[in-house]
Design a protein around this ligand. Structure first.
Ligand code: DGL
Length: 259
């Protein structure tokens, strides 16, 4: 069982930011990554649609003998992980916006959160925010259009720059000192975000925390792969192979799969 792969899925290519953190911490684990790009973005779908897509992706990973599944998508986690855990015996690790560390560390008492509509409107997100936002201002911003541009490989386009400028301005006006990235696609916007935000604003995402949690759950369940041979990392997309390849910096082989 321990030599079986870790399954990872996202609405598209964004979850590769989480995959990279997992690989940095667990280089010998075999992995299977599913990019459901033909259904991206998930962020504007109904909760039931997100649940149905998450079940479809989970079935695909279970059929490939995964030992644990990482839901590398904030939108799928906040809308569907509860159902996934009810339906399947396999362990799931999810990703949620890192509101807690930002809220605890802010000195200006104002933080920004950029995420999809699906994440920001979810019950899970509201619960976490209510728990930690006492006495601080939380500027929530839907990143409408950002995932679509990233999926099209348009990370450094004028359209992206214009959208980010528009979305960040109210946060800058509110004097935030932390920006929480609540979508696994957004770490790929880091160079632009650094350019557009004042220097003192710190940007945090949850990718590294998810990798640590994955390691800890594998250890607890005696599922850590103790072999130190070359890991097999498989990538499947039902969208554009080249765009996934580019984001992975062509270190891996990507295959097309209808799922
Ligand atoms: N990577 C997904 C997330 O973390 C993007 C959601 C979408 O497809 O809209 O939320």
């Amino acid at each position: 069982m321990s030599t079986q792969p870790i399954g990872i899925f996202d609405s598209g290519i964004g979850g590769t930011s989480v995959f990279k953190e997992i690989k940095a911490l667990l280089p010998y684990e075999h992995t299977i990554y599913l990019a459901d790009s033909s259904n991206a973005p998930y962020g504007n779908k109904t909760q039931q649609e997100i649940i149905d897509l998450s079940i479809k992706n989970t079935e695909e990973l279970i059929a490939r003998q995964c030992k644990l599944i990482v839901v590398a998508c904030n939108t799928a986690t906040t809308n569907a992980i509860k159902t996934l855990r009810e339906v399947y015996d396999i362990q799931f690790i999810g990703i949620e916006p890192a509101i807690k560390p930002a809220a605890l560390k802010t000195e200006t008492k104002a933080i920004g959160i950029l995420a999809t509509k699906g994440t920001l409107s979810s019950e899970l997100f509201h619960k976490t925010t209510d728990l930690y936002s006492n006495g601080i201002t939380v500027i929530e911003q839907v990143g409408e259009g950002l995932v679509t541009l990233i999926e099209e490989g348009e990370i450094y386009s004028d359209a992206m720059r214009a959208l980010l400028k528009k979305y960040l301005q109210p946060m800058i006006d509110a004097d935030i000192d932390y920006l929480v990235l609540g979508c696994t696609h957004y770490p790929y916007l880091m160079p632009l975000l650094l350019e557009l935000l004042p220097n003192h604003v710190k940007i945090i995402d949850s990718g590294e925390a998810v990798a640590r949690q994955t390691k800890s759950i594998l250890e607890q369940n005696h599922l850590l792969n103790t072999q130190t041979s070359h890991a097999n990392n498989q990538f499947y997309t039902n969208g554009n192979i080249e765009i996934l390849n580019n984001i992975l910096e062509e270190k891996y082989i990507v295959q097309y799969l209808k799922f």
